[in-house]
Design a protein around this ligand. Sequence first.
Ligand SMILES: [Zn+2]
Length: 503
Amino acid sequence: MNNDFLKDFISFVVEKGFIWGPEPEIYGGMAGFYTYGPLGKLLKNKVENSVRSIFKSNDIWELEGPTILPDIVWKASGHLDTFYDPIIECSKCKAKFRADHLLEEKGVEGITNNKEILKLMKQKKIKCPNCKGDFKHEIKDESLMMKTKVSGEDASLRPETATVTYLPYKRNYMFFRKKLPFGVFQIGKAYRNEISPRQHVIRGREFTQAEAQIIIDPKEKDNWPEYNKIKNLKLPMWDYKSQKKKKDPSLISLDSLIKSKLIKTKAYAWCLWLAYQQFISMGIPKSNIRIRQHNLDEKAFYADDAWDIEIKLRSFGWTEVCGVHDRTDYDLSKHGEHSKENLEATREDGSKFTPHILEIAFGTDRPVFSLLDTFYEKKEKKDGKTMFKLPYHLTPIDLMIFPLVKKNNLIKIAKEIKNDLDKNFVCVYDDVASVGKRYFRAAEVGTPYCITIDFDSIKNKDVTIRDRDTEKQIRVKIKDLKEIINKLLDNEVKFEKAGKIVR
Ligand SMILES: [Zn+2]
């Protein structure tokens, strides 16, 4: 953890209205719960819409299921029996920690057996991070499920959207005209009773997931027409062998991954590519992304093939942001068994089978945090300005609109322009302090364009647009503003070509 960076960065995130908490702050806060402030929420909406548009353009459809379900569901899914964290308690200050995380901080990864963890903790002489006291000689498995009751019956808040997406399988099967494969996804809240969540929204107890599920005939996993369009593209793969040898990830084409059997099926390779696209579309630099293979110990109880996408953060180093899993027929078989419903599909030749599921599992809190972490720039100079160099298509505010000075005739035009552009863009009107200071304020929260109305605007019916990164300015007619801003934000025209350069 980079504490120097983190302190500045979090105060930026709080002061500028991105993320507040842990909530409830006025009562001292409870770890793992946060509020997205006005700019944070706008940013999160843009991230979620980016996710939606990538999935939809790949024929994956959005659903919205309930967040609370009776425990019979979680019994079937395996969560009630296996979704535990190994918790160890300090015998002095009684603080609880995840034992496996304490080991990870000492460089020991992937140990899942409690006895083994306890033995290694002793060997490494790990003490309580709070009080340096000794730990109890016992690891307890604590369930991650958030429990509740509905009409007296045991129920739980969902720990993932995935299961909730599988439950209406039969409805989906009919909707997609009994044809596999089909894809569905959900963006929504999930809850995990983490024992001591640190790392800000990277590890919340309440968080937003975005999980896509591809329902597929296991015999068709290598019959995936879309694969041929992308098979020569290269991804930054970090397989288990390279991790062991401490070698860097290498750029490998999907085709080579399939030929070398590092990845088992073409459909899975396509899912991995699609997951990677999600983060590229958000503007995360390629050099900050790697795709890490799970080792056998850390694979989830349902997963066959499992790789994670990780992003390099200045605050927390390499951080998992997405998992791509081949869940096989695990989910539909279990739910078929427990519900006694037939959750099969039928092939053209009449044969029946339980479909397999390929999953792209991520959330939207980690991408939002990653964007803030990646594009926040604190200038170290004395007169330095803070910049937030977010890609233009994701910024919370699209346009700031200023009258050059506080004169009624300029204010009137500025407000008319804002009213007009509000229908298409997120606009903010600002007339406080000098124009220079207003430019600073706009750049601090990432706003790509500022529109200034000056005295020439009255007779010439034109305004100045200023670009955040180049600080160049162009003059354009008021009547053309909407079209030009649209083209600029869609990257269809170069700034210098969009109007007459004035500075
Ligand atoms: Zn302690």
